[in-house]
Design a protein around this ligand. Structure first.
Ligand code: APR
Ligand code: PHB
Length: 399
């Protein structure tokens, strides 16, 4: 197969999800050439429904990347979230009060749309439906990425490669197995989620109920997102809307359940819960960001926020190296990003444990879980620590 087309660029970005697109946008704003390769169609990427709560640090990075316009108009700023348990107790994770910063509800689907629009407006190069993407010579000074499109072969010669191709991508797998260490945890349940064009509750509310976890969330004043904990082998066909609404309401105290406005779902899906971290996040000229390097369970909505903080660190590091010959940020990228990743990985694991019912949970575990919720409701010290993490740990700089 002959190479038909060779392009040279500074950074070849594999993956056009939020991580890849945001990195492309930030590099472009700093005058660093880059090309994004996305294996799926634009329609597919924009059709994915994912989480929708942003830490304030993420909001600031998006604004700083010139993609905060619609977010500032349509995003719903709020002071945190509530947790209900035992059918009657309620506490508030008030990030505004305890961590001095609010949260923002704004869907990942909207962020991806905003990023695609910004890339197009600036003339950024995003290749959709790039097939058979392969990484070459990543441990040399002349790495490249090959792909085919419409049957033609292409090659991108670059200075660096950013692996932003999600959990199932090729980038992480391009690092020799002996050079990677993987940490993984699978949870014995999933989340059954729906999106409905109904007004959401005014607050984001998590429930730990004897029937399992549930969550009322929001996208905009006429779009709501709800989830219930489900078994891993759950079949979507067994969950018509009526059954979902009935089960959701049963997991909340009566007054909250009654306030939920039901309607036809416009999306329904099941996601298993998993924690995964691959170390290190760089190898030679390849740098991983976002889901390519780590997955967190959705509890606490850290996945997108971590992708944004990785990109903040990586864009700063690539710009320092390429424009100023300063390699300190790039050489510390993996360690710095991983510290924040582990902070969120630990928090998501902890919050998952606090709010779900586990199949093997004995009476002692159950009491300990209820006790932790009561303690959180009564201790300022514990609440402050939880709020600091829910609101998002700070970004680091070199010391
Ligand atoms: N070549 C090119 N692109 C690829 C390849 C490949 N071999 N494999 C996967 N991709 C693309 C996917 O189609 C997807 O669009 O990479 C993109 C990765 O995007 P995401 O999976 O959204 O990951 P990321 O950008 O890191 O965003 C993290 O997504 O999964 C959520 O909770 C997570 O909100 C977080 C966010
Ligand atoms: C969501 O709105 O999708 C969401 C909100 C909060 C979470 C997880 C998901 O903790």
């Amino acid at each position: 197969m002959g190479i038909e087309d060779i392009v040279k660029t500074g950074v070849a970005i594999v993956g056009g999800g939020p991580a890849g697109l945001l990195l492309s946008q930030r590099l472009h704003l700093e005058g660093v050439d880059n090309v994004v390769l996305e294996c799926r169609s634009r329609e597919h990427v924009l059709g994915r429904v994912r989480a929708g709560v942003l830490e304030w640090g993420s909001v600031e990075v998006l604004r700083d990347s010139d993609v905060g316009g619609r977010l500032d108009i349509d995003g719903h700023e709020h002071d945190g979230a509530d947790i209900v348990w035992g059918g009657e107790h309620r506490l508030t994770i008030d990030t505004k009060k305890y961590a001095d910063r609010p949260m923002m509800a704004y869907g990942q689907t909207n962020i991806t749309e905003d990023l695609y629009a910004a890339r197009a407006a600036m003339g950024g190069i995003v290749v959709d439906e790039a097939e058979r993407v392969t990484l070459h010579d990543i441990d040399t000074h002349h790495p490249s990425v090959g792909y085919t499109k419409n049957g033609d072969s292409h090659r991108i010669d670059c200075v660096f490669i950013a692996g932003c191709d999600g959990f199932h991508g090729v980038s992480r797998q391009s690092i020799p197995r002996t050079e990677r260490r993987e940490f993984e945890k699978e949870y014995p349940f999933g989340w059954l989620g729906i999106l409905s064009e109904t007004p959401p509750l005014p607050d984001l509310i998590y429930a730990n109920s004897e029937r399992g976890f549930a969550l009322c969330s929001m996208r905009n004043p006429m779009l709501s997102r709800y989830y219930i904990q489900c078994e891993l082998d759950t079949n979507l066909d067994d969950w018509p809307d009526e059954r979902f609404w009935e089960e959701l309401k049963l997991r909340f105290p009566r007054n909250i359940g009654d306030a939920i406005v039901t309607g036809a779902s416009i999306e329904k899906s099941i996601a298993p819960l998993r924690s995964f971290v691959s170390e290190p996040m760089s190898y030679g000229r390849l740098f991983l960001a976002g889901d390519a390097a780590h997955i967190v369970p959705p509890t606490g909505a850290k996945g997108l926020n971590l992708a944004i903080s990785d990109v903040f660190y990586l864009s700063r590091a690539l710009v320092a190296q390429i424009k100023h010959g300063d390699e300190r940020y790039l050489s510390s990228y993996s360690d710095m990003a991983l510290r924040r990743v582990w902070g969120a990985a630990r928090f998501s694991w902890w919050l998952t444990g606090l709010l779900h019912r586990f199949p093997a949970q004995g009476s002692f575990d159950l009491r300990a879980q209820q006790q932790e919720l009561s303690y959180l409701a009564s201790s300022d010290a514990h609440m402050r620590s939880v709020c600091e993490q829910y609101a998002g740990l700070p970004f680091e700089d070199l010391t």
